[in-house]
Design a binder for this molecule. Structure first.
Ligand SMILES: NC(=O)c1ccc[n+]([C@@H]2O[C@H](COP(=O)([O-])OP(=O)(O)OC[C@H]3O[C@@H](n4cnc5c(N)ncnc54)[C@H](OP(=O)(O)O)[C@@H]3O)[C@@H](O)[C@H]2O)c1
Length: 313
């Protein structure tokens, strides 16, 4: 099969499209013919060796297929699989400890990470859904415990996770402020947030103190955010390698999302995703051969919505 591979950690130029064996599904897995694979900052952090996952890889894991979420059609069932059938369209993300790589024509995925795609829905949209939706649910609902009437600020409100976090907090009945650069202010308004342009405004000056802050940016935003919480306020910081100790030292509740597959929750929200009631913005669709361009754009830290690889060609 065709797959986007790396032979070693490094820059985007390490990515190449080559041949790899079609994986054999284990008893509790299905073989998925990938239609679309979402790209995420996590992917370039694995590619360059900086993520926690990358540090656990051994030379035997190379050549390595990247990609941690996809949408595809079930091609074959593992020997112990029930409840799924060949020909069914599914989407999901494997557990972080599972070696599945989605930048490929086929991937073996455990059934406990897969949810059905509603009939007729766009596979490109669902290719870019599982990881960001799981992250936003963890950040806003599980760790952030967003409540009706609360004030919430989201740094990076037009990124993949940020856009869904804004919408989940609004759904919970919170009032939401969100930051982005000038060119993305329109999208913040479209999503229903009070827009803050971080390139011309100080969020501390133009918004009230918050009950909850979801910080997708971290470097410039984390410390000032701690001073922008009400007493008892919570902060959820998205980058996995963030240092939460300044919050903990002040007794502020702080989290980094850590989560496993949540197929039932993804399945429950899939109709809303398909209908656009929960909007996932697909900013770019690229063929597998242009995967390095996707990584270059993600690495700027200023990509908007999702960049999805189209494997259908
Ligand atoms: N812990 C986990 O399990 C987990 C899961 C998913 C993601 N993450 C991490 O969460 C972060 C966000 O992920 P993502 O997929 O949403 O990334 P993304 O799609 O690349 O979005 C990043 C967004 O941040 C905005 N941004 C950049 N600098 C900013 C600043 N100084 N202030 C406010 N916003 C700023 C950008 O908007 P502009 O273009 O307008 O600047 C961009 O839309 C990444 O570091 C990712 O690795 C962690």
């Amino acid at each position: 099969m065709r797959a986007a591979l790396i032979d070693r950690f490094g820059g985007p130029d390490e990515l190449y499209v080559g041949e790899a064996p079609v994986p054999e599904p284990a008893a509790d897995e299905v073989l998925v013919k990938v239609l679309a694979a979402g790209t995420n900052p996590l992917d370039y952090k694995i590619r360059d060796g900086s993520s926690g996952i990358a540090k656990k890889l051994t030379p035997d894991d190379f050549p390595l297929i990247l990609g941690r979420e996809c949408c595809g059609v079930i091609e074959a069932l593992g020997s112990g699989v029930t409840g799924f059938e060949v020909g069914q369209t599914v989407f999901g993300m494997p557990a972080l400890t599972h070696p599945a790589g989605c930048y490929a024509e086929f991937v073996a995925m455990p059934i406990d990470c897969l949810a059905p795609v509603p009939d007729g829905a766009d596979p490109i949209l669902f290719g870019g859904t599982a990881l960001v939706l799981s992250t936003a649910l963890t950040a806003a609902v599980d760790q952030g415990r967003v409540q009706q009437g609360e004030k919430v600020l989201i740094h990076g409100g037009t990124g993949g996770v940020g856009q869904l976090s804004v919408q989940l907090c609004l759904r919970a009945g919170a009032e939401v402020w969100a930051t982005a650069s000038t060119r993305n202010q329109d999208r913040l308004v479209e999503l229903g947030a009070h827009p803050i342009d971080y390139s011309t405004q100080e969020f501390t000056q133009v918004s009230p103190k918050m009950d909850l802050i979801i910080d997708g940016a971290y470097f410039d935003t984390f410390l000032p955010s701690l001073d922008h919480l009400v007493d008892g306020g919570r902060i959820v910081v998205l980058p996995s390698l963030a240092d939460l100790s300044p919050a903990k030292e002040r007794g502020i509740e702080a989290h980094i999302p850590v989560f496993g597959p949540m197929p039932d929750r993804l399945a429950a929200l899939a109709p809303d995703i398909a209908a656009g009631a929960l909007s996932i913005e697909i900013a770019r669709v690229l063929p597998l051969e242009q995967v390095a361009d996707a990584h270059r754009e993600l690495e700027t830290g200023h990509s908007r919505g999702k960049i999805v690889l189209d494997l259908r060609a």
